[in-house]
Design a protein around this ligand. Structure first.
Ligand code: NAD
Length: 476
């Protein structure tokens, strides 16, 4: 059920002298040994990616799109096998893993279509002269994907690169390698030329510092925490290499007095616990108008307490473990800090059970502004619910963090919605839903949440460079 773990370089699978254990976070049992790339493996991947770029950038957009669509179809066919691997290595409920496989395939399908729409333009010029603008693939991409969505996170990066005509070296997360391995297998079976997609694992700092300094690498694409994103951006700046950074979020949810309080609270509690809160767009800071505050808290806490926590393979489980052991003390510390500064722990707040990296669904109420969790993204199943006196108050609090990825509101008042669209500082704003993005919509952040967009008609922009051409009919 769990695949053999290998690196994929120059169209071949390989093991290495060093390896590390991959562990099921629900049982703490070892799933397999993951080979770690050394410098010579990375150099092989670079050489292969340079050759892959030469071949792939010359292919027609339709040929690229067709190959991507064949691979996506294989991922859909293999949905159950991939989903089971994801649940084993990540812990999420199997139903959510199945949805993730489909979402990953949709990212590929969307970008396959966009490959044929990377239009340039013609700029009016004097007779005998032509100005034209051409979008061309940027070059070899070094990409780094995290462990919270083992398949759809690598899918975003691979889809953007391959649709644009770039080759890619992806370092997927060592905690959850199988999702990316299944993608590489699908592309191998779909006939992608060798070297266009290369997959490595190992020491993240060693791999990023070696790859990013190479002249051949023209884009660094990263999803993960803001501190790591800042570090990689600094490395990239040495070589004036472009970056695409999808970083942390600390999403506000503004709950206005006119909303259906019960429906908003239940939606909030369910969405907060999805993927055990390990989502960069997870709704975290709920700012609730004081007129409905008590009712909202009561309904939210009641639904959070009903969350069925357990092994994602078991029927009926709504929330699995955290993906790795280091997150358990990190979350416990945020709760203790908030409690010490005067917050009420309405439910949860501690490790759940003795085996596996489980954390209780947690709701903190009336959290003071100086608590760490008001600034630090919990990236776990913790919701903060605080009262606000007005929309002004709510917007000011929503914007009071360095992050600006996703933001949400529950209201039907057009005047409130209009103001929030203008004033809430995020890249993705949703009203009456806690969904933030679809393959066809551009996704990304403002402020410390990063640069660039993935998906939408903007999704290939970062993977392409713009060339302006001036063609004069005669030598002038
Ligand atoms: P971390 O900051 O150590 O690592 C985050 C990711 O970056 C991991 O995938 C890791 O392998 C990678 N990474 C770390 N150092 C790197 C380096 N020098 N070069 C290349 N890659 C490197 O944090 P963590 O404990 O794994 O996760 C905790 C935090 O990460 C969360 O609080 C959250 O903010 C963030 N995170 C964000 C996302 C997202 O979707 N935006 C996903 C996962 C984690």
């Amino acid at each position: 059920m769990y695949p053999e773990l290998k690196l994929f370089i120059a169209g071949g699978w390989r093991t290495t002298r060093r390896d590390m254990a991959v562990v099921n976070p629900a049982t703490e049992q070892e799933l397999g040994l993951l080979p770690c790339a050394d410098i010579s493996d990375l150099d092989d991947a670079l050489k292969a990616a340079e050759e892959g770029f030469r071949i792939w950038s010359a292919a027609s957009p339709r040929e690229r799109g067709d190959t991507i669509l064949r691979a996506a179809a294989l991922m859909r066919e293999r949905q159950e096998e991939i989903a089971q691997s994801i649940t084993l290595e990540h812990g999420k409920p199997i139903a959510q893993a199945r949805m993730e496989v489909i979402r990953g395939a949709e990212f590929f399908e969307w970008d396959a279509g966009e490959a044929m729409r990377t239009y340039g333009r013609v700029i009016p010029a004097a007779k005998g002269h032509k100005f034209s603008v051409h979008h061309q693939p940027i070059g070899v991409v070094a990409a780094f994907s995290p462990w919270n969505f083992p398949m759809s996170q690598p899918a975003r990066k691979i889809a953007g690169a391959l649709a644009s005509g770039c080759s890619i070296i992806l370092k997927a997360a060592e905690e959850t390698p199988a999702g990316a391995i299944h993608i590489a297998r699908a592309f191998e079976d779909a006939g992608l030329p060798a070297g266009v997609l290369n997959l490595v694992f190992g020491d993240p700092a060693e791999i990023s510092s070696h790859l990013i300094k190479q002249d051949a690498v023209r884009l660094v694409a990263f999803t993960g925490s803001t501190p790591v994103g800042r570090h990689l951006t600094t490395l990239a700046s040495e070589n004036m290499t472009s970056v695409l950074m999808e970083l942390g979020g600390h999403a506000p949810v503004i709950v206005c007095e006119d909303t259906d309080v019960q429906a908003a609270a239940v939606s909030g509690a369910i969405r907060k616990m999805r993927n055990a809160g390990q989502v960069c767009t997870s709704p975290t800071r709920f700012f609730v108008n004081e007129a409905i505050f008590e009712e909202f808290v009561e309904a939210f806490v009641a639904r959070a307490k009903q969350t069925v926590v357990g092994n994602g393979m078991d029927a009926g489980v709504e929330m699995g473990p955290l993906a790795n052991d280091r997150r358990v003390p990190a979350l416990a510390a945020l709760v203790e800090d908030a409690r010490a500064k005067g917050a009420t722990v309405a439910t949860g707040g501690a490790r759940h059970g003795d085996t596996g990296y489980f954390f209780e669904p947690t709701v903190l109420v009336n959290v003071p502004d100086d608590a760490d969790i008001m600034q630090v993204e919990p990236f776990g199943p913790i919701a903060v619910i605080n009262p606000v006196s007005s929309l002004d108050d709510a917007i000011a609090r929503a914007n009071s963090v360095p992050y600006g990825l996703a933001g949400y509101a529950f209201t039907n008042r057009a005047d409130y919605i209009d103001r929030m669209i203008d004033e809430v500082e995020v890249g993705n704003f949703s009203v009456n839903t806690l969904e933030a993005s679809m393959p066809e919509t551009p996704f990304g952040g403002v402020k410390s949440s990063g640069y660039g967009r993935e998906g939408g008609s903007e999704g290939l922009d970062n993977y392409m460079t713009i060339k302006n051409v001036w063609h004069s009919a005669k030598i002038v």
